[in-house]
Design a protein around this ligand. Sequence first.
Ligand SMILES: Nc1nc2c(c(=O)[nH]1)N[C@H]1C(S)=C(S)[C@@H](COP(=O)(O)OP(=O)(O)OC[C@H]3O[C@@H](n4cnc5c(=O)[nH]c(N)nc54)[C@H](O)[C@@H]3O)O[C@H]1N2
Ligand SMILES: Nc1nc2c(c(=O)[nH]1)N[C@H]1C(S)=C(S)[C@@H](COP(=O)(O)OP(=O)(O)OC[C@H]3O[C@@H](n4cnc5c(=O)[nH]c(N)nc54)[C@H](O)[C@@H]3O)O[C@H]1N2
Ligand code: SF4
Ligand SMILES: [Mo]
Length: 668
Amino acid sequence: MKQVFKSSCPLNCWDSCGFDVTVENQKVIKVDGDKEHPITKGKICGRGRMLETKTNSPERLTVPLKKVNGVFQEISWEQALNEIAEKMDNIRNEFGPTAVLHSHDYSNNGLLKNLDKRFFRHFGGVTQLVGSICWGSGIEAQTWDFGNSYSHSPEDIKNSKHVVIWGRNVARTNMHLFQALQEVKKSGAKIIVIDPIYNATAKIAHKYISIKPGMDGLLAIGIMKYLISENMQDLSFIENHTVGFADLIDLLNQFSFDEIVTNTEISYEDLKQLAEVYYDGPTSTYIGLGMQRYANGGNTIRLIDALVAVSGNIGIPGGGANFGNLQVGQKFAHSELASLEQNAVIREFTMMEQGEKIIKAKNPEIKMIFVTCGNPLTQVPNTNKVRQAFSSVNTLVVVDHFLTDTAKVADYVLPTTTVFEEEDIYYASMYHHYVNYGAKLVEPPGEAKSDLWIWTQLAERLGFGEVFDYSIDEFLEMGLSLLKEHGITLERLKKEKRLPLPVYDVPWNSGDFLTPSGKFEFTSSYAEEKGMNGKPQYILPKESKLSNPALASKYPYQLLSIHPLRSNHSQHYHLIEGLQSVKIELSEDIASEKRIDEGDEVMIFNDRGKLTGTAKIMKKAHPKTINVDEGQWQQFGGSVNQLTPDENSDNGLGSVLYDCLVNIVKVN
Ligand SMILES: Nc1nc2c(c(=O)[nH]1)N[C@H]1C(S)=C(S)[C@@H](COP(=O)(O)OP(=O)(O)OC[C@H]3O[C@@H](n4cnc5c(=O)[nH]c(N)nc54)[C@H](O)[C@@H]3O)O[C@H]1N2
Ligand SMILES: Nc1nc2c(c(=O)[nH]1)N[C@H]1C(S)=C(S)[C@@H](COP(=O)(O)OP(=O)(O)OC[C@H]3O[C@@H](n4cnc5c(=O)[nH]c(N)nc54)[C@H](O)[C@@H]3O)O[C@H]1N2
Ligand code: SF4
Ligand SMILES: [Mo]
């Protein structure tokens, strides 16, 4: 008998869609959109639909594996858990808990995935990863400026006269915003896209601005300079709600329009037009994550925030500097789930530098790496170094659904459940403010077990089993405890399946900010507290003709590695035959400069690595720009991260993935 259940997409994505999942004979047979979901309204993407293929794939891991003499052998859970627990215990006794590194990322939006932290707190500590390859520098930037990173509610875009899509690949990564754009366009809003790639969102825009990668901060400086020189700034907002404006003026005075036009490679006419867009508000700005993955990434987001503030588009309906929406995730009791009150010895490595730090770790050295919800050998920058690091430790444990690049180098691989095989609640702190419930709908294949079951079993063997002695309902209730006063309970969520969280629809509308001064801070006191320069400043990207001409003469092209259309990072490549080769996309000028035709076999390279693939020409892309979508598996040609740099961005918590120069040659 067929039955349809409501569920949620667990994938790391802006949209956090509601699902209708059809189950027949204990098997998921179809994943559709839930038409009743107030935001996602029945529309989902192929990545979500393919969770059926993923769940039923014959390639799923179904039994624990142990590598013996270089070859994986199937073992029992009993053996796997006993051996791993014994190794952890020995390591803790001999070297201390920080000789274990927990490597993880965001591959699953389930609330209970946060219980990994609870495990390591009670283990006594761990070496943990801080910052975020994804959006660390932008979040830090908005925290400096506003005190937090909040977005307007999805509906509020209807109040915008202009919508600026600044470095966000909306049609590909945020499909419900794309739909909203098409709707507001019909009712008269003007859409502007600023991006080095002429993407599907640019195609529906009234105006497309092709920017030189990494130069957006300077463009924001140019627009602010124009607004102020023409007396088009919002004086009342600046006077009443900001600090540090004089420092901003000092910065703007350091640049001439000529210099700005030359270095951003944007015409004065376009700059002026953008200033008019910001003056003639309400103008909403949807800031993407791509352009903060540079050595000046935090600085770029700070300058865009400053522009939105100077033009009076903060705290008003139809405005906003929309980047993250952390007010969503902050409604859950993370510290209770993670047992943050528990004393533990914590050592921190940044996400970006994990490879380097593992190799160089002393007192103690890293003896074990435990990977959950991540695929670092594909997704973390500088793959060759990450591979060296992960291969160097005595024991690597990977929990996953498939034998990924990371799992392949592991000593133990533990098979885990997919969204439909476990119960959890799901949300994304990115776009909308609904939390979705997802019940366990089917049994997992073979012996696959949830992450939570694995933590529970290991905790028991390591002597702190009582910390996991809660039912799933009890853990979910713990996570929802702060929401009780708003009438949001597990009982209601199970019944209604999705509930709106109490967030601000128009953040900062009160004029009060969460910074130390209570104002929007052009000059950040948080930064200064950290001993960093809090003044607005302009920094160049690290790998560019302007900052490193010698490197740029050897490697003249900018390599972007944006998110793939049909896969969530590395999660779908092995399921879709059409994705199983490397495509190297290049701008038209590179093609003619290097006499490369579409379909040619080409190689890109720099000092960190190289990658071979098939050339594809990107129409209207910014000159000297190359793109290879991230996420490709080694067996299908390899990850673009073989070329990307592993440094921290300017404010320390983000990545510099796109701040990457390469050269290209035709193979043969
Ligand atoms: N299909 C799909 N959707 C996804 C994901 C996925 O893997 N696949 N991943 C999800 C996740 S985890 C995230 S973080 C989001 C990311 O969502 P987005 O921010 O939309 O995606 P990115 O691929 O990071 O890059 C966004 C855009 O930045 C542009 N860009 C790069 N450099 C610059 C620059 O210097 N200036 C400007 N103005 N633009 C620049 C790129 O050309 C690209 O169009 O997407 C989510 N949605
Ligand atoms: N070059 C380049 N690199 C990038 C980016 C880029 O734009 N360019 N984007 C970066 C960004 S924004 C992000 S967010 C990261 C994402 O990096 P990751 O989160 O590491 O990437 P994913 O491929 O989504 O997922 C990793 C693994 O988690 C597994 N997994 C899924 N669900 C579960 C679960 O419930 N439990 C367990 N144990 N495993 C699970 C999947 O099968 C997959 O193998 O990549 C970053 N890397
Ligand atoms: S990947 Fe994103 S857009 Fe696609 S179904 Fe999941 S949440 Fe929705
Ligand atoms: Mo991300």
